[in-house]
Write a protein that binds this ligand. Structure first.
Ligand code: DAH
Length: 339
């Protein structure tokens, strides 16, 4: 085999494995060139010298050629690998979803901001309440039919004398505040509340914001002014019609339910006008029994209180048709209604 043939083998090696085989066949221990070099020892002086020189030049040429071909094949392999691993940038990236504020949280914040402007501060209370705070001190005595107004979740606590419940409203925070602070009191108490009730218009957990003002010479006019201002600011309409309808709550006397004027048309419900009325909250003057249960003298101080359902207000303001969707944790829904 002459040099040209060796070179052709090297150049035609189509991959690194084949090239290595060619290298071994030429320069390996038993390779053609290696054997030829070994055979030199059998030759005489000048012939050996000439032959040796020729073989060594040939060997250097082959090594250079092998190196060049290896580099070429390595580059090609790398190129092919990169081709296989290429990212297809033409594909749309997965949509980047940012978090949203749940409408309940957003509305609680809006309610808070408006009352903060009017000088109210926030108080909170435990979700597990005792019978006294949730009922008795609020003038709802044992076995009184008023207890049936609210379907209560009772907590198992067989060893205790006290009955514990999941608070059915935020009104117990009124009691906690009046027992620990002196008038003037001007607070709101936002939070979750619980009732054993579940259908299209009721969920077992829901949210309320309670309000309480206690001071000297507080009267119904303060209540009306405060709530009217709140509702106009909340719905962002100066001309919202507001109606105070006589009602009953054990912890207020007199008591009222507040309706706002609305119009129903083919698109649903619009706040404004007075074709229809929609109930939005309960309120009243704090009952003297309640003041006394908190160690306050009804001759000295009076108060007004109110309680509103956050889901109801959120549904009205943001046109959310179904109450239960608030608690479905549906990302599409949140993306649509969230803030
Ligand atoms: N606690 C009442 C309820 O959950 C709402 C309520 C009505 C709260 C009148 C008040 C009030 O503070 O004065 O149904």
């Amino acid at each position: 085999m002459d040099s040209t043939e060796h070179l052709a083998h090297i150049r035609h090696a189509s991959d690194l494995t084949t090239l290595e085989q060619v290298r071994v066949s030429l320069l390996g221990k038993k390779g053609v060139i290696t054997e030829a070099l070994k055979a030199l020892s059998a030759l005489d002086g000048d012939v050996r010298k000439a032959q040796g020189q020729m073989l060594n030049e040939q060997k250097q040429l082959l090594i250079a050629e092998l190196d060049a071909r290896r580099l070429e094949l390595e580059q090609r392999a790398e190129h092919e690998r990169l081709g296989r691993e290429r990212l297809d940038m033409s594909l749309d990236a997965a949509p980047w979803r940012t978090g949203r504020t749940h409408p309940i949280s957003a509305v609680m914040q809006e309610i808070h901001d408006i009352f903060a402007l009017m000088g109210f501060t926030v108080r909170t209370g435990p979700l597990i309440e005792d019978d006294d705070h949730n009922f008795s001190a609020l003038n709802i005595p044992d076995h009184h039919p008023a207890r049936q107004m609210q379907d209560t979740f009772y907590i198992d606590a067989a060893s205790e004398d006290t009955t514990y419940v999941l608070r059915t409203h935020t009104s117990p925070v009124q009691i906690r505040t009046m027992r620990s602070e002196q008038p003037p009191i001007r607070i709101i108490a936002p939070g979750s509340t619980f009732r054993s009730d579940s259908d299209v218009t009721h969920t077992p957990m829901f949210h309320q914001v309670e309000g309480l003002v206690v001071d000297r010479d507080i009267h119904m006019g303060h209540l009306k002014g405060c709530i009217s201002d709140f509702l106009r600011l909340f719905f962002g309409k100066d001309d919202v019609q507001i109606r105070f309808r006589p009602s009953f709550f054990p912890f207020t006397e007199p008591s009222a339910e507040i309706d706002i004027g609305c119009t129903r048309n083919k698109d649903g419900l619009i706040i404004g006008g007075n074709h229809d009325w929609l109930e939005v909250m309960g309120c009243g003057m704090v009952h003297p029994h309640v003041l006394r249960a908190c160690g306050l003298d009804p001759q000295q101080v009076q108060g007004f209180a109110f309680g509103m359902g956050v889901e109801r207000l959120a549904m009205l303001k943001y046109n959310i048709p179904d109450l239960r969707t608030f608690f479905d944790s549906d990302q599409h829904w949140l993306h649509h209604y969230g803030f």
